[in-house]
Design a protein. Structure first.
Length: 454
């Protein structure tokens, strides 16, 4: 993480608050941009945080004005996001925090906080300091909730999402949980072109995350944000636009590239299917954000270290092997129906020769690893075709989209494709092996924008 920290001794007033805050954040962005030019940071893709301390108290403000300061901070953020949203993304700024003082007696310190995880919603905390001037407690001015550590001022999930954002960036995409915030940024810019900042609605995007219940059959509203365990995420969003300030609903579905490469397992397929059916039932648009590795095809991780090989000649493995087997103790340690074997005895040792690997009742196979995933791919392909016929469908390929991921984009008909968002059925290496010579060197040659766009 790169920290941009600064202090200002200019007198901040309620009249110049927004202007000064926007300019100081811009100055911080300049410093961050210079820091990111370092070759040491080029491949690490760090996130950034901004902290500003406005030292002089704001004239004429008291503790009764804390809510107004939050509103001013929120307006400044809206303006900054509308005018400099791409710079926020380029510098990977995760949070912005400003400390100001009221002119009450004694002056009261106030922390104004916003984070990408909370979609740049402005929060304000009154700060309690001890006799040594050290902060000991922060109180949310709206809810009255108290925090005894500074980390509590930000969503707890934020620290967990930081490494996931790096994984998504390395794949050439954005982290799936950041898209509602990106949509809000775009709506803010749209509203700023339409009307004055003070007339913009407070909540431009309302979101409800959708998840499967414990039985995996019914779609429910998820209470805790950003705690997905599967590689698919879905929301019901309400977007407030200048044309329709009351808000329109959409269903947003997206791959989480940070979980098993965004691959489609049976659980991911079920969530996609249920969310898409909800869009059809409500007659609202269905948007799909694609960045994935196709259907999940894998092995049973628990067996990899247990399987033994009976070589034709153990001194010369190039002559091949006779069979794969498990020792008696390893076989007995596995749950029922995980493998099928027949037993033989070799030099007094009982060997369980593998006839088939089923993988049932093992943690690594939860969500499918083979044929069942391909069946799920057929399910969501059919659902996407029906969705196209009955409602508005749009796919946004933010990164590579492989196999069923590419099919879904095609079946939804309408696509936005990023420059690095290749849509392919398989990679260049298998095709080169099939052709017996080097023909393709990159995914873009198979499904990049210059191939897909007429």
């Amino acid at each position: 993480v790169i920290f941009a920290r600064g202090s200002s001794h200019l007198v901040l007033t309620t009249d110049n608050f927004e202007e000064y805050v926007v300019n100081d954040i811009l100055t911080s962005c300049d410093f961050l941009e210079r820091a990111l030019l370092s070759p040491l940071l080029e491949k690490r893709l760090p996130s950034s945080q901004v902290f500003l301390h406005m030292v002089p108290p704001i004239p004429g403000t008291t503790n009764r004005d804390l809510g107004y300061l939050r509103v001013l901070f929120g307006n400044a953020l809206q303006r900054f996001v509308a005018e400099h949203g791409p710079q926020l993304e380029k510098l990977r700024i995760a949070s912005i925090e400003i400390k100001v003082w009221t002119s009450s007696t004694p002056p009261t310190p106030v922390r104004l906080v916003a984070s990408k995880t909370a979609r740049w919603e402005a929060l304000a905390f009154s700060e309690t300091i001890d006799d040594n001037g050290e902060p000991v407690k922060w109180t949310n001015i709206e809810t009255g909730e108290e925090a005894l550590t500074h980390d509590k001022l930000k969503p707890a999930i934020e620290s967990q999402q930081r490494p996931k954002r790096q994984i998504a960036r390395a794949a050439g995409s954005a982290y799936i949980y950041d898209f509602p915030a990106l949509i809000r940024n775009s709506l803010t810019k749209l509203w700023m072109e339409y009307t004055a900042a003070e007339k913009i609605p407070d909540k431009l995007v309302s979101s409800v995350e959708l998840a499967l219940d414990s039985d995996g059959e019914t779609l429910i509203e998820k209470e805790q944000y950003g705690t997905n365990k599967i590689g698919m995420v879905a929301w019901k969003l309400t977007l407030r636009t200048p044309e329709y300030p009351a808000g329109r609903e959409i269903i947003l579905i997206g791959n989480d590239i940070t979980i098993k490469g965004g691959s489609f397992g049976t659980v991911e397929d079920t969530l996609f299917d249920k969310a898409s059916k909800l869009a059809r039932a409500k007659g609202i648009p269905r948007i799909y954000i694609a960045c994935n590795s196709g259907a999940r095809i894998g092995g049973v991780d628990e067996l990899k270290s247990l399987v033994k090989v009976s070589w034709v000649n153990k001194d010369d493995p190039m002559k091949g092997f006779e069979y794969l087997y498990l020792t008696d103790s390893d076989y007995k340690s596995l749950p029922e129906e995980s493998v099928t074997c027949h037993s033989i005895t070799v030099d007094g040792e009982t060997r369980h020769v593998l006839d088939a690997i089923i993988g049932k009742n093992l943690a690594s196979t939860k969500g499918g690893i083979g044929v069942e995933c391909l069946q799920g791919s057929g399910l969501i392909a059919g659902e996407t075709s029906r969705a196209y016929e009955e409602t508005f469908t749009l796919s946004y390929a933010t990164g590579r989209s492989v196999g069923i991921g590419a099919y879904l984009n095609r079946l939804g008909q309408r696509n936005i494709q990023m420059v690095k968002g290749a849509m392919i059925l398989t990679g260049p290496e298998p095709l080169n092996k099939l052709m017996g010579k080097q023909i393709y060197t990159s995914q873009d040659q198979l499904g990049g924008p210059h191939i897909m766009v007429p």
